[in-house]
Write a protein that binds this ligand. Structure first.
Ligand code: SF4
Length: 406
């Protein structure tokens, strides 16, 4: 890993994507300002800001610029797909906990990935369950190769040097290994499995040793830990000791019924405090950061940056084929077995305008009211719920992108 000067990062992005010069100036200026909030690094010969964006000089980024910034296609740029719901761990905060059904067949899964990428997705997260349980994971990754940045979300269980190299060669760009706590016992208690921490630490080392992969750890923290900067600093220091590139961080979201409590929800003031801490952290020298970038979801999706794009530029397909606005929103616009995914996406996009605040943090109470136990909500329940939702103003990026406030 080596640092890349911001101007060099920009130059490499423009050389790879000359269409950047045709992007609306206010949007370009915003993106340059955003870029400067992250230490650009070179991984596998590409310039990476963080794992939620394609590398700036990659074909996927060039596609993002052409499709989403210049042609402005009505399609998602980001998607996640659960390639299985099976998992050896039992996290109470897992967003798939309440989802059930008939798993997609391998052919259906391949088709879903291809359809998502073909319609405009340039960043695809492969999640679960535990994706490494699938023997055909390398084949699934290869479907998006050269068109999308492919990120693996994993507990790390099942990682081997051979598999890591195969996934990299198939086109995987980044890996996020779940570790919620630096303390082994605390982590394993939270994840419902002794040995979870050890497997994750070993996996991070395995993926790093493979070379050419952007490797991070991901932590999902309860509200009380999100309020304590020392907790986050401790996690960052732990990430530094592992030698990973990134700590991806999110607060626990009210996605499943057991998390529907007002006092569990991070407030916008608390979110802003973590986002501000991130800017300070990422502005430090590489030595001070021990090479670790902080990538807080609430920073990327905050009002000051890209906002909540659930159902608009972000979508989620669960392991059973239900299409949701994002992994954390337990509502559904239909199942891809019943209609082409493009039709489901269009219907979702029409009813899910992007806004500045996290949809589920604001509307979980409505979901709780409409839900009769089963999640995700079906299409009719979802439409009924949306009749009662008042969407807020656009994020800073989308005000420039759409040229309006709402
Ligand atoms: S609902 Fe929340 S978690 Fe989902 S895309 Fe919006 S901001 Fe992100």
């Amino acid at each position: 890993m080596s640092a890349v000067h911001p101007l060099a990062a920009l130059a490499r992005a423009v050389v790879r994507s000359p269409a950047l010069l045709r992007v609306r100036p206010s949007v370009s200026a915003f993106l340059v300002g955003y870029l400067r909030k992250f230490p650009a690094i070179e991984v596998g010969g590409r310039v990476v800001l963080h794992s939620h964006l394609p590398a700036l000089d990659s074909p996927a980024y060039a596609r993002f610029v052409r499709l989403h910034l210049v042609d402005r296609v009505a399609a998602p740029s980001h998607a996640q797909i659960a390639v299985t719901n099976a998992c050896p761990q039992r996290c109470p905060v897992c967003y798939n906990r309440d989802r059930a059904g008939t798993p997609l067949t391998p052919a259906e899964l391949r088709s879903a990935i291809d359809q998502l990428v073909s319609c405009g997705v340039v960043w695809l997260g492969l999640t679960g369950g535990e994706p490494l349980l699938r023997r055909d994971l390398t084949d699934l990754v290869a479907i998006g190769r050269g068109r999308a940045a492919l990120k693996l979300f994993t507990t790390g269980m099942g990682a081997t040097p051979t598999l890591a190299a195969e996934l990299r060669d198939a086109g995987l760009s980044s890996v996020s290994v779940s570790i919620d706590h630096w303390d082994e016992e605390t982590n394993d208690r939270g994840r419902g499995l002794a040995g979870a921490w050890r497997a994750a630490v070993d996996a991070a080392e395995t993926f790093l040793a493979a070379g050419g992969l952007h490797v991070g750890i991901s932590a999902v923290l309860p509200r009380d830990q999100m309020r304590g900067v020392p907790e986050i600093e401790r996690l960052l220091s732990f990430a530094g000791s592992l030698g990973v590139h990134e700590l991806w961080l999110s607060e626990v979201k009210p996605t499943v019924a057991s998390l529907w409590h007002e006092d569990a929800i991070v407030t916008d003031t608390e979110r802003r405090a973590v986002a501000a801490f991130q800017d300070g952290w990422n502005g430090r020298t590489s030595a001070e950061r021990r090479g670790v970038t902080l990538n807080y979801l609430g920073h990327f999706e905050g009002a000051e940056h890209f906002g909540c794009n659930a159902g608009q530029k972000m979508v989620y397909v669960d392991a059973f084929g239900n299409v949701s606005p994002c992994v954390f929103t337990p509502v559904s616009f239909g199942n891809l077995r019943d209609q082409p995914i493009a039709a489901i996406l269009a219907s979702m996009r029409n009813r899910f305008p992007t806004e500045s605040c996290c949809f589920i943090n604001r509307n979980w109470g409505l979901v709780a009211e409409v839900s009769q136990g089963a999640l995700p909500l079906g299409r009719d329940q979802t439409l009924a719920l949306l009749e009662r939702v008042r969407f807020g103003p656009l994020s800073a990026f989308n005000r420039r992108y759409f040229g309006r406030q709402h």
